[in-house]
Each structure stands twice: as C-alpha cells, then as structure tokens.
Write a protein that binds this ligand. Structure first.
Ligand code: HAM
Length: 421
C-alpha cells in the first residue's frame, strides 16, 4: 500500500478547503487589480543559484533543490522576488517604469515545522519596481491594509510594524561595524525573537563583532522611540524617511496602522530600506505578511540598480488568524439545479436539459444514481442545490418536468420549453 498522506509539510485541498483558498485568492486578486497592479507568473522551477546569497540567508539553506538529467542545479522556488527580478532584468529596456505587478505563487521551503510554518505555502506578492520615493512604500502598505480589511480584519486586530534598514545600518556604522559585515549581522539580528540573548551574542561575535559592540548594539536596539533614537544617531536619513512615510500615510487617511518597531529586520539580506511586517497588535502570531525595499537586488544579478519595494503575504498564518477570530466567510457550493432522472431512458433528456440550462448561465448538476424517490430527495437536499428537476415518465410524456424548491419544499410541473427559455 502506498502512503496516502501528503508529503510532510504539504497540504491537500479538498473541495471545502479549496473554496476557502479560492476566496482568499479572490480577495488578493481583486484588491490588487483595484489598486492598478497587473498579474504575472513564472514557473515553480528555477535555477538554484538565484537563491544563493553571501550573507547566509536562512532561505538558501531551506531549498528543495536537485540536479536534473542534464546536470543543471534546479530548485523549487522558496519565494517569488528573485524570479520577479529575473523577469524585470530580461525586459528592462521595454518596460515602462514604475511597474506595479502582483502574483500568487506556491512556494516551497524546507522549514522546521512550527505553527504558521509549512514546507509549502501560497504567497501573494505585490511589488512596485522603478519608484525610488517613499510613495511606493505608501502604496504597497495601503494595498496590504485594504486586503486585511477585505478579509474582515478590523483596524484594531492588526498592525503594520515598521523599521528601516538604513536606521540599522546607521547604528552599525556608528559602533564601527565594517560595512561588509552589515548584511550578515542583520540576518543574525532577525533571529533575536527566536533565540536567547546569549546565543545571539555568540553568533554576533562569531560574525566578527566585539563583546563591546554587541553591548552597544543591544543598547540601541532597546530604543522604541524614533525621536529619542534620532538624537543619538549621526546618520538620521533612515529615520527621516520613515517619518516622511508615516506623514504620507496619515495624510492618505491611514493613521494608526503603522508602528515603529526597531526589532523588525526581516530575514532576507536584500532589503535596503523600509522593512515591515503585519501581525496582531500583541504580535501573537508569526508575521502574517512581510516585505520591504530592495533597491540593489537587481544589480546583484548583474543588472543596473533598479529601486523596488514589495511584500509577500502567505495564506497559512492569515487563515489561522481568521479561524481564531471565527471570521471565515460562509462559502456554500453554488448549484442552481440538480436534475434527477429515475430510469435510464431519461438520461438523454436529463443531459439535454442540463446543457440548455448551462448555456443560459445556470449552474447545473445531474444525479444519475437512479435511486428511489426518498433517497434521491435526500441526495438533492445534500447537494446544496436551490431546486431539483425531477423527471417522471408521466410529466415527460407531456414535455414537462417537476421542479421542486428545496428550501420551500414545494413542487410544481413546468413545461420544459418554459424552463429553458
Ligand atoms: P518572507 O518574509 O520570507 O518574504 O515571507 C513573506 C510571508 O510569507 C511571511 O510573512 C509568511 O506569511 C509567508 N511565509 C513564508 N514562509 C512561510 C512558510 N514556510 N509557511 C507559511 N508561510 C510562510 C519573502 O518571501 C519576500 N520575497 C517578500 C517580498 C516580496 N519582499 C519584497 N517583495
């Protein structure tokens, strides 16, 4: 007997779960289109080296990769951003920047399985490429806020926690950490919530920081007030940019959604500016969504520098959050009619009525199980259809069928020609 379970960390989607997934995708797609984003897609298979980065990103160690029969190193995509960068580089000359694109790829990461983390997930991505100003961040944040609200989350049930890598870089420069070490240090700092202060300190020292620098860094990272931080930093570009973004969001009518949080780093080494995540205000979950500005990713692939900002919003955590809040939508199977013949001679006419009704736009199913009346009616009720069309020989001999309203439990004979017109 083969193993009937899905591969560890992956999911099967039975029709009921598929209805929920389609609902979520529909929210993602409609808010994206409404904000002027265009959909794109790429293949789930990519060249492995698209994901290998010097800074030692966790994601590079979680690849599902293999060698194909021609010896190419390939990988299932763990995220969409490198594929997007590849597309933009391919058509750099013909694209009219800034572009606003979205996608809903399935991603694969060999993760240690914990709540909210699986080895496969769907991740809505929205990115603006070619806009260096903070207005791109504002548009991106407005988009993900509108998605949260369309899913039924209220303004006090979620929060955008935001920081800027330039603030973190300014801190590192001020305590004399060489620039070449910044990306590695930031990838380590992203683990701050997940490991002990002692382990974190050791990792930072292994990366090249002195014990004194680790102490100074911890002191800076205990600061939660942007203005206080501004007074103690020499390079305040990141702080000013973040304050500008917050003002833009206030003017756009989105005040209160953003909260400065110096602990937000995000684990991907390519972020260069704003970094943010969405969570419940008490940060009860893994991040519902994460993203930021990545102005140099394209140049690391050998292209010109093209400014970019975007986010990835997974399906797993947000569905956990909605379930906890009892906020799943009512999603019934939509079926207008179920057609029930009671003898094999009626199969042809059942198919014909189904076809004509479908051509008129109705959602129609046939029940060919040829059960007795009582059992057929039970199946009709379970089918979720609004009405049953019963094919009895007597009515059929007069070109009629019996239509039964399954909610009102009333039935009447109707001419077939009237039904399909
Ligand atoms: P990320 O922070 O690695 O970013 O992932 C973004 C989101 O994807 C997470 O907040 C979470 O919702 C979901 N996610 C990630 N890994 C898993 C997993 N193993 N199981 C379930 N959900 C998961 C990126 O991937 C960036 N490429 C996002 C981005 C787009 N940045 C700019 N543009």
């Amino acid at each position: 007997m083969i193993d009937l379970q899905p591969v560890k960390g992956t999911r099967d989607f039975f029709p009921e779960e598929m209805r929920l997934r389609n609902w979520l995708f529909e929210v993602w797609r409609s808010v994206s289109v409404q904000s002027g984003f265009e959909e794109y897609d790429t293949c789930v298979l990519e060249h492995e080296d698209l994901y290998i980065r010097k800074a030692g990103d966790e994601i590079s160690k979680q690849l599902f990769s293999f060698e194909d029969k021609s010896g190419r190193r390939l990988s299932l995509r763990p995220e969409m951003t490198p594929s997007l960068a590849r597309l933009v580089l391919q058509h750099n000359k013909s694209l009219s920047f800034p572009i606003k694109w979205f996608s809903m790829p399935q991603c694969f990461r060999y993760e240690r399985m914990t709540k909210g983390r699986r080895r496969e997930h769907f991740q809505w991505n929205a990115d603006i490429i070619g806009q260096p100003e903070m207005v791109a961040e504002a548009e991106i944040l407005m988009l993900l806020i509108s998605a949260c609200e369309s899913m039924g989350l209220t303004a006090n049930e979620f929060q955008v926690f935001i920081n800027d890598r330039r603030i973190l870089n300014a801190i590192l420069t001020q305590i004399n950490v060489p620039v070449e070490l910044h990306s590695t240090v930031l990838v380590i700092l992203d683990k701050r919530d997940k490991i002990s202060a002692k382990d974190l300190g050791e990792m930072l020292e292994d990366a090249g920081l002195s014990a004194k620098q680790v102490g100074q860094l911890n002191e800076f990272l205990s600061e939660s007030d942007l203005n206080e931080l501004k007074e103690n930093l020499t390079d305040t570009t990141g702080i000013e940019q973040l304050q500008h973004l917050m003002e833009l969001m206030d003017t756009a009518g989105y005040s209160g959604y953003l909260k400065f949080d110096i602990s937000i780093v995000r684990g991907l080494s390519y972020y260069t500016g704003a970094v943010f995540e969405v969570n419940s205000p008490e940060k009860k979950h893994r991040a519902i969504c994460g993203g930021g500005r990545y102005d140099s990713l394209l140049s690391t692939f050998g292209g010109e520098t093209v400014p970019a900002v975007g986010f990835g919003f997974g399906d797993v955590v947000v569905l956990d959050v909605l379930q906890e809040l009892n906020r799943f939508p009512e999603l019934q199977k939509k079926l207008d009619y179920t057609i029930i013949p009671f003898a094999s001679e009626q199969v042809g006419i059942a198919l014909k009525i189904a076809s004509e009704l479908r051509m008129k736009g109705s959602v129609v199913d046939c029940n060919f199980s040829m059960k007795k009346m009582k059992k057929s009616m039970r199946q009709a009720n379970e089918s979720g259809a609004a009405k049953a069309i019963l094919l009895f020989p007597e009515e059929l001999s007069e070109d009629k069928v019996v239509i039964r309203d399954l909610q009102l439990h009333e039935q009447k004979p109707v001419k077939i020609s009237d039904l399909i017109s």
